[in-house]
Design a protein around this ligand. Structure first.
Ligand SMILES: [Zn+2]
Length: 153
């Protein structure tokens, strides 16, 4: 399907973090590179431009990313709480815990575009495995797709 060599396999974690197609780990999931282009950052390619893998595998496929995004937000909050406790400290005698809550909330809002993209990238990587034959077929085709509902989740 394309002229890219298929012998070197890009790493799983880096391809998820770079929002790459899970099947070939080379094509881009999203149309725009800029995560903070807030009007367009969630627009996905219909298919991988490198291997042809469809990115909407079934109707409402990305509905489950809400749970992934929630898990990521909880993990980030846990890390920021530990970092806050180690650097600034926590006490019942002052408002430091409430300061952490406010700053953590701002951090999560600021990171929301990253979390939304990352959760989609993680989600499709769970369901579409890497294929060493990505250049020559064996695509997991979408089972049932409603064109009107595509990219609507
Ligand atoms: Zn691909």
């Amino acid at each position: 399907m394309c002229a890219v060599k298929s012998d070197d396999k890009p790493g799983l974690i880096l391809s998820i973090l770079r929002y790459k197609c899970p099947r070939c780990r080379r094509g881009n999931l999203f149309q725009k590179k800029n995560t903070y282009d807030l009007k367009n950052f969630m627009k996905m390619n219909e298919r991988c431009e490198v291997c042809g893998q469809p990115f909407e595998v079934e109707v409402g496929f990305y509905y489950g990313t809400g749970f992934v995004s929630y898990g990521l937000a909880v993990a980030i909050s846990g890390i920021s709480l530990v970092l806050w406790a180690l650097t600034i400290g926590l006490s019942l005698d002052d408002n430091r815990f409430f300061w952490w809550m406010g700053i953590n909330a701002l951090l999560l809002v600021a990171m929301q575009p990253i979390l939304m993209r990352l959760s989609r990238s993680l989600w499709i990587a769970i369901f579409v495995p890497y294929s060493k034959n990505w250049a020559s077929g064996d695509i997991i085709e979408a089972e049932r797709i409603n064109k009107d509902q595509m990219n609507n989740w």
